[in-house]
Design a protein around this ligand. Structure first.
Ligand SMILES: Cc1cc2nc3c(=O)[nH]c(=O)nc-3n(C[C@H](O)[C@H](O)[C@H](O)COP(=O)(O)O)c2cc1C
Length: 211
């Protein structure tokens, strides 16, 4: 079986991390670099990744995560956030760094900029929130897959109270809200879930070829 499938069979949603084992800075940098490379609609990247290291803060966050131990015991706690709102300034900023990355002037991208403003700014707040939240899950996919390749454990988690996380982490004032949480680290030998077989729908049921 290919290394990709081996890695994905190896990963599972860890319930119990080994609090003694830490992810190295080099591996953390690789994981964050992979998240940065995630695609996003129009390349807008409405994301912010918080790496929460402070133990007291993590204990507080755990109390708003149905007491799930991964929040405090994993090596690092990543909180994946998105913008509450995409503003004109967001679009202009993205055009600027895109122009710079591609050796163009901002004026050469002005038609694209106007197109984006016309497509995005009229969205109502709910629609924009839904749209932005989707971008976070693509980044989560990169995160989980990269961790698996590095044989670093991870747990995607929606079992937390996002409004409380936003309050504790001071996100609202920064035009951000939390969408999904992902502790990363190393599984504990005691975590019984590592021995449970993967339960997935068959490929025949999942996939349909239309020729
Ligand atoms: C968006 C999302 C939210 C999840 N939330 C939690 C969670 O809060 N706590 C938890 O222990 N597992 C959580 N999981 C893990 C799933 O239960 C798990 O991925 C699924 O049962 C498949 O098992 P496996 O990942 O071990 O193969 C979540 C998974 C996803 C994708």
């Amino acid at each position: 079986m290919s290394e990709v499938i081996n890695a994905l069979n190896w990963r599972y949603a860890v319930k119990q991390f080994n609090p003694e084992k830490k992810v190295s800075k080099e591996d953390l940098d690789t994981i964050l670099a992979a998240v940065r490379l995630a695609p996003s609609a129009y390349g807008l990247q409405p994301l912010k990744i918080l790496v929460v290291e402070n133990p007291e803060l993590r204990a507080e966050l755990r109390s708003f995560s149905y007491n799930q131990p991964q929040v405090t015991d994993a090596s690092h706690l990543l909180v994946l956030c998105t913008f509450n709102e995409i503003t004109e300034a967001t679009i202009e900023g993205m055009i600027e760094f895109t122009a710079e990355a591609r050796g163009k002037s901002v004026s050469e991208l002005s038609r694209f900029q106007e197109f984006l403003k016309g497509a995005i700014l009229p969205m109502d707040r709910e629609e924009m929130k839904r749209w932005n939240d989707h971008q976070v899950y693509i980044a989560l996919g990169h995160l989980l897959q990269t961790c698996a390749h590095l044989r670093i454990d991870s747990t995607p988690m929606e079992g937390f109270q996002s409004l409380e996380f936003d309050r504790i982490l001071g996100l609202t004032d920064k035009n951000l809200h939390s969408v999904v949480v992902c502790p990363i680290g190393y599984r504990s030998d005691e975590d019984a879930y590592q021995h449970i077989s993967k339960a997935r729908r068959s490929l025949d049921d999942l996939v349909e070829f239309i020729s």
